[in-house]
Design a protein around this ligand. Sequence first.
Ligand code: GLP
Length: 242
Amino acid sequence: MEVVIVKDAKAGGELIAGAIADLLARKPDALLGVATGSTPLPIYDALIARTGAGDVDASRARICQLDEYVGLPAGHPESYRATVLRQVVEPLGLPESQFMGPDGSADDVQAACEAYDKALAEAGGVDLQILGIGTDGHIGFNEPCSSLASRTRIKTLIEQTRIDNARFFDDDIDQVPHHVITQGIGTILDARHLVLLATGEGKAEAVAQTVEGPVSSLVPASALQLHRHATVVVDEAAASKL
Ligand code: GLP
């Protein structure tokens, strides 16, 4: 695992956008796994700026989701599908045909999970997966005690994650879904390159446990220690407990 400490979130975003640019130069139709939340936004901003300036050709890039809420009506603005469309796919000018994600409104959620795992494999696997980290060390929506070998499946959110995400739902925790679909930790580890960005002091404890603690299902992000090409980019505040 490579740990890179940068000055701030903007520098982290630019560094990772640079890695994506290098990937797209080598493989124009790379499959890029994207995360939601506030942390990755500087990555997307930097990538969109580079494509706008003509430095990067992302026109053939393929984008895939990491996770999704279950039960939100199709098109709900806070569904992760809508969020990724708004933050990444549309600003990059990509057609929806180059974007894939699990169906959180499916009648048979289990079948939707299995179908998504299969679709990722059939697409050739994720080339670079961007990850954030929850305050409890979760990646995607793999909460503590998730199996390190898990595949895409339905999960129940713990209270803290619903509290953390209430800000996207008018600060009303009752609007935050209880259930989600998430790529499993085993699914995430199948990506060729994992890039986790963590910024701010609130992530410092989770980062320390991820990087310096034992590999444990209690800290799902610690599974990155098992990956042959994992990069953890942290700003000075998030690195403060290393
Ligand atoms: C959600 C997402 C994660 C994300 C986490 C942290 O739980 N499912 O993928 O890493 O939030 O979000 P933020 O970056 O806003 O702290």
